[in-house]
Design a protein around this ligand. Structure first.
Ligand code: FES
Length: 109
């Protein structure tokens, strides 16, 4: 669940929300906020499975700090000509990004 208020959570850890942006996750438009990681957006949208491996075991966030590569998703953006594979936990959401998880694609095969 995403924190809806822009009020500081604590006087020691002020929280400043970025402006709302639209990104696309597996073809669906989603509101995200500048400064959020793709992992944060995916979790806020209830998407915990990001890819599946041969035995159809779901894979998702594990370390959350860019070490394990369990959170790989494909991203298309206007700035890139081809989709690139990125770690969702260390990639910031940008307006118009199109994110493709492999949870659905590999599940169909
Ligand atoms: S969750 Fe480990 S690299 Fe992203």
């Amino acid at each position: 669940m995403r924190i809806e208020s822009s009020a500081p959570m604590s006087p020691l850890t002020p929280h400043h929300r970025g402006r709302p942006i639209t990104i696309w996750i597996d073809g669906e438009p989603v509101t995200a906020f500048e400064g959020e990681t793709l992992a944060g957006v995916l979790l806020a949208e209830g998407r915990r499975a990001l890819q599946r491996h041969g035995s159809s075991r779901a894979r998702g966030l594990y370390c959350g700090i860019g070490v394990c590569f369990e959170c790989l998703v494909m991203v298309e953006s206007d700035a890139e000509e081809e989709a690139v594979s990125v770690r969702a936990c260390v990639t910031l959401a940008r307006e118009g990004m199109r994110i493709h998880t492999r949870a659905m694609q590999e599940n169909r095969s």
